[in-house]
Design a protein around this ligand. Structure first.
Ligand code: HEM
Ligand code: MG
Length: 334
């Protein structure tokens, strides 16, 4: 049985979220954490199971409750990730490395790799994690965080990480990987997450009472490194959907436009102009559904096919209203 996606919050207003019911407890040796500072933090506060293994509907609820992601936006991120990295049979996903805790795996080439699985949702040019080519792509990296601080000092208002700092850091991380990572991949769907994740901290990690889109380095340190909400942290004052995020994403793109591409060896970025561009949201949705997911599930049958189709339907509910995408079906319509 697969639970339906949660509905929007009944009360989506501002609220203390670092509250006594959700105390920070550092991850123990058996608790899984991964490449996403938001989900790591939500697990450390008990909005997600503290062991870091969760059902997709639990993750949707956690990001709505804890950070006030809008319902569509939450469903888009979660069901996309779940189809790439979760176990459709047991309905469980790891927010970090692959683990037996997600249960018996469907047949290969399915990976059920967890969110840390490189080349799915996780990809290159992350802000505070190294490219998989260089080492652990999931763990916080202090050298990169020093770059985050320096870029914020140079370009952000009062040294904060704001939209200008985000634009410069995104550009720098791409230039750095072009120069140094012979296996850089910077195409759909990674380009969309790369840009969203550059913008998210300016929204969701800023206390909702201030809500000025200027993230202090102290608050950034809490989420990215400590996996902890700052003391007294309040979530966004209203649910945040694509209509809020898309213009910010476009603003940082417009400062340093790029064409998708891959490196064929260091400093040899080969453009892939026929793959979906960042501005082509529905093209990226179709690329995920018609290429990326069938890459792991070429011909699913029986209960597996039913579960995947159900999750594909949930993903579609997230892209139909604000982006008006047409639904696509890799395995038929049943
Ligand atoms: C990174 C998943 C929500 C902030 C990532 C990555 C994954 C992921 C797989 C690794 C991508 C990479 O950098 O290579 C998810 C899922 C979410 C979610 C499934 C479900 C709602 C959020 C939210 C925020 C957020 C609400 C709010 C701030 C970030 C940031 C990074 C990131 C800033 C980039 C870290 C870096 O580049 O160093 N997320 N995320 N995520 N996520 Fe999330
Ligand atoms: Mg990465």
């Amino acid at each position: 049985h697969i639970p339906n996606p949660p509905l929007p919050l009944a009360d989506g207003g501002i609220k203390l979220v670092n509250d006594p019911a959700h105390p920070f407890i550092a991850a123990g040796p058996n608790d899984i954490r991964g490449p996403c500072p938001a989900l790591n933090t939500l697990a450390s506060h008990g909005y997600l199971p503290r062991n870091g293994v969760a059902r997709p509907d639990q993750i949707v609820t956690a990001v709505m409750e804890g950070l006030n992601l809008g319902n569509d936006f939450a469903k888009f991120l979660v069901y996309q990730a779940f189809l790439m990295n979760g176990n459709p049979i047991t309905n469980l996903m790891s927010i970090g490395m692959k683990t037996p805790e997600t249960g018996p795996n469907p047949p290969k080439p399915a990976q059920v790799g967890g969110l840390s699985q490189h080349g799915t949702f996780e990809g290159d040019t992350s802000m505070t994690r190294v490219d998989a080519y260089f080492g652990d792509q999931a763990v916080f990296n202090e050298d990169l965080f020093q770059g985050f601080i320096a870029t914020s000092a140079k370009y952000g208002v009062n040294g904060t990480y704001d939209v200008n700092a985000a634009a410069e850091l995104r550009y720098q991380r791409l230039q750095d990987s072009i120069k140094t990572n012979p296996q850089l991949v910077y195409t759909s769907p990674r380009i969309l997450s790369a840009y969203s994740e550059a913008v998210f901290p300016t929204i969701f990690f800023v206390d909702g009472r201030l809500n000025n889109r200027q993230l202090t380095i102290d608050a950034a340190r809490h989420f990215f490194d400590f996996q902890m909400m700052p003391a007294d942290f309040h979530r966004q004052p209203a649910p945040v959907n694509f209509t809020m995020v898309d213009p910010l994403t476009k603003a940082i793109f417009d400062k340093h436009p790029f064409t998708p591409g891959v490196n064929h060896g260091k400093n040899n970025f080969v453009l892939q102009p026929k793959t979906p561009a960042l501005s082509d949201f529905c093209g990226i949705y179709e690329d995920i559904v018609l290429r990326v997911i069938p890459g792991q599930y070429p011909r699913p049958t029986g209960a597996l096919r039913e579960a995947i189709n159900k999750n594909l339907g949930f993903l579609y509910t997230a892209v139909k209203t604000e982006h008006n995408c047409a639904q696509v079906f890799p395995f038929g319509k049943d």
